[in-house]
Design a protein. Structure first.
Length: 361
């Protein structure tokens, strides 16, 4: 029997300036969806009677509202899966909040709408009344806990494993289309192509080898894969975080000790000796309340985020991404004397010969 599959919404490819060097473009593709390490991802469960989708009623000309609210047991499965990812010791953490305006991740449980998630920072442009993640079937059913682990993997920036160009999969395309067109998925050919047959750019994938044990891998029925030969009988991931899943998450989000972050003093340049994907972290404790400007200097592509510490937790204050542009990121933010702030700079790549640095003034 065909499994129910995560169904990511199709999105247009990112528009980078023409003429970028291949190495620079690859670094941008690799890191563009990844969070700055040290981010606390706040998640919110829709819980109001007005939270839902308005859908047409066939044959009536009218509409009805379908709820996004999930039961306590469903929410508890998702909470447990957030804890499982957190307990790896990654530098990104998770916190449930009761106010959707404080949440980067907003979670619904609309039955029949499939299970899906925005990938990494793709969640940020979504409106406050929009979902960034949905669970479309019962997560307490046998084997379905893996669905929650899978969607949180997407929220961390991970992609579908079977779409890796390193997998060497030769599909029976028409068998795949036919299989997904029937129950329980009822997918169009476009949706099937986008989520299964389409190969990802090598820079976008979770690693340099295919991991058929990954929680980001679909379980596949017999007869869909022609090559490698050993998978003609199907692909059967265990539905748990694999060793390579953990390695990838810890590679992008290594444990972070904020006590080691050096101070960033006004009008003093701090050099950034970073490789692609690496990050520098600084503490700012302003001596006066005023508007400050933070800027990166040098020929590099980077993401800069300023966090304000509130109740012992870094809360997003402002951020800029200069990836693929000819200018450097600058942020202007009002800092308050007596409070503590963190400045985090994550490098896509350095594409010039000079040094890069960060400064506040």
């Amino acid at each position: 029997m065909t499994a129910r599959y995560c169904s990511l919404a199709q999105q247009s490819a990112p528009a980078f300036a023409p003429g970028l060097a291949a190495e620079r473009l690859g670094a941008l593709m690799s890191g563009r969806r990844m969070w700055v390490n040290g981010t606390v991802l706040h998640y919110y469960f829709f819980d109001g009677e007005d939270d839902g989708s308005v859908i047409p009623v066939p044959g009536s000309g009218g509409t009805r509202r379908v709820s996004w609210v999930g039961g306590q047991e469903q929410r508890d499965v998702v909470r447990a899966c957030f804890r499982e990812w957190r307990d790896l010791g990654i530098g990104v953490s998770f916190a449930e909040v009761p106010d959707r305006s404080e949440a980067e991740l907003r979670i619904g449980f609309q039955q029949g709408d499939g299970s899906w998630s925005a990938v990494g920072r793709d969640a940020l442009p979504a409106g406050l009344n929009e979902r960034t993640m949905n669970f479309g079937w019962d997560l307490t059913a046998p084997g379905e806990r893996a669905t929650a682990l899978h969607e949180i993997g997407h929220a961390l920036g991970m992609q579908h494993e079977h779409q890796s160009p390193f997998a060497g999969i030769h599909w029976d395309d028409e068998a795949v289309y036919a299989d997904l067109a029937g129950p329980p998925n009822f997918w169009s050919r476009d949706r099937t192509f986008f989520n299964i047959l389409r190969k990802l750019d090598p820079a976008e994938v979770n690693g340099s080898v295919w991991d058929p044990q990954s929680v980001m891998e679909y379980p596949l029925s017999a007869g869909l894969v022609l090559e490698p030969e050993q998978f003609r009988g199907g692909v059967h991931p265990p539905g748990a975080l694999s060793a390579l899943d953990k390695e990838f998450a810890l590679g992008w989000y290594p444990p972070l000790d904020v006590s080691l972050a050096p101070p960033l003093a006004p009008f003093r340049s701090a050099p950034l000796s970073l490789g692609p994907g690496e990050q520098a972290d600084f503490v700012v404790e302003p001596r006066e309340t005023r508007a400050y400007t933070f800027g990166v200097f040098g020929e590099s592509d980077s993401v800069v985020v300023v966090f304000e510490e509130r109740d012992g937790e870094p809360r997003y204050l402002s951020g800029r991404d200069d990836g693929g542009t000819p200018h450097n990121a600058t942020i202007r933010a009002r800092l308050v004397k007596g409070r503590r702030y963190f400045v985090r700079v994550r490098l896509y790549s350095g594409w010039g010969s000079g040094e890069t640095a960060v400064m506040c003034w």
